[in-house]
Design a binder for this molecule. Structure first.
Ligand code: PMP
Length: 386
């Protein structure tokens, strides 16, 4: 049984969008503004008030290894993972970060030996998240160094492998790809939530990164969290954040805690007068509708193709469903070598394959923008003909 899109969360139909072909449609970033619609519906449910005398100290919980972690934020992280069933939190240390971006750097710092004769190699299978190479190398660290595609990596010695699942940009579920032992894995599960993909297993890795940005759409709060098994690694990640920013905004953690609480409440009280459907159901339907419209427009164009995804049983929704990723990974089928430039010629801004370590006949388009922008994109696609 596949979930079908409902009308309760309808997308503006392309036919309703005005498009003279001149407007620039920017779908380059994965800015999750699509979610504004849900949070507008929720009205004051996530509003918090912080008096001037509150949250003044640097410290949140001096008994916790991560001393700047707000207990209420930690509580809601554990609760939400339990409600969704996407990650094991027992026996884990939670480290909070200014987005999962800061935690990514904290993880590289924590996992690299301090006395290594050369920098630790950092790899990920292509197409990989375009920020990994630049974030790894921009400070020219002596501790770690970007070493490219995990599939062709064959340098002896230790390495860090980034496993992004579902993957940004192509949306596929992933496992480690380096064909040998001796690697340390960092799982970036930013998109392992039920609006994007079937929750088919409870993640149980050594070091896992999540972010509020892609969970609830609150990218601007700048909060992410890591679930870390090894106490020494968790301590070193905490040390990195101490050296980098002396902790993480308490205001942001409190706001994130409230948002995660409302998401968990919406799941537990789905079908009640308070929450007719959960956050994930509402946005699952929205994504399903967008993907259906996109596939129709892409097929009609004859110019592009999209990957197909195997359906799987989702423990959260209780149905078999198809993945519907946060990005569309389009391939140009018209002998255009540079798909990014081709789209730019039609005033559509998107990120070409080269940024992700693959051929430029691929391009990544955000599926998480506001209705009017996404609708304009569909309308513009309908003007393409092979
Ligand atoms: N990992 C992946 C795979 C992402 O796509 C993103 C956001 N584009 C991030 C990490 C960073 O998220 P943030 O810093 O907003 O938490």
């Amino acid at each position: 049984r596949l979930f079908l899109p409902t009308s309760s969360s309808s997308v503006t139909a392309p036919s309703e969008v005005e498009d003279d072909g001149k407007r620039i449609i920017n779908l380059d970033h994965g800015d999750p503004t699509m979610y504004e619609k849900y949070w507008q519906k929720m009205g004051e449910k996530t509003t918090i008030v912080i008096p001037g005398w509150q949250s003044m100290s640097y410290f949140s919980d001096v008994k916790n290894l991560c001393w700047f972690l707000e207990p209420e934020f930690a509580k809601q992280v554990v609760r939400l993972h339990k409600v969704v069933g996407n990650a094991q939190t027992e026996g884990r240390h939670i480290v909070v970060g200014t987005g999962s971006s800061q935690l990514f750097l904290a993880a590289l710092f924590a996992l690299s030996p301090t006395n290594g004769s050369e920098p630790m190699s950092v790899v990920s299978a292509s197409p990989y998240y375009s920020s990994y190479p630049s974030m790894t190398d921009y400070q020219k660290s002596g501790l770690y160094k970007w070493a490219g595609d995990a599939q062709s990596f064959n340098k002896p010695g230790p390495y860090i492998e980034l496993v992004t699942s579902p993957n940004n940009p192509d949306g596929f579920a992933r496992h480690s790809m380096v064909n040998r032992t001796g690697g340390i894995l960092v799982h970036d599960l930013a998109y392992y939530w039920p609006q994007y993909t079937p929750i088919s297993y409870q993640a149980d890795h050594d070091l896992t990164l999540f972010t509020v940005s892609k969970t609830t759409g609150h990218a601007g709060i700048r909060i992410g969290w890591a679930l870390v098994k090894d106490v020494e690694i968790a301590k070193r990640m905490t040390k990195f954040i101490e050296l980098n920013t002396i902790g993480v905004s308490k205001d942001s953690q409190l706001r994130a805690a409230k948002v995660l609480k409302v998401v968990a409440d919406s799941c537990e009280q789905s079908g009640s007068s308070e929450y007719t459907e959960s956050f994930f159901e509402f946005n699952y339907h929205l994504m399903a509708q967008r993907w259906q419209q996109l596939r129709e427009a892409v097929n009609a164009s004859g110019v592009f193709s999209l990957p197909g995804f195997p359906p799987a049983y989702c423990n959260f929704h209780g149905h078999i469903l198809e993945p519907q990723p946060a990005f569309a990974w389009l391939r140009c089928e018209n002998n255009t070598e540079d798909c990014e430039s081709y789209l730019r010629g039609h005033k559509i801004l998107a990120r070409g394959g080269r940024h992700f370590g693959v051929e430029p006949n691929y391009v990544r388009v955000s599926m998480l923008d506001r209705d009017d922008n996404f609708g304009a994109f569909l309308k513009r696609l309908s003007m393409f003909q092979s």
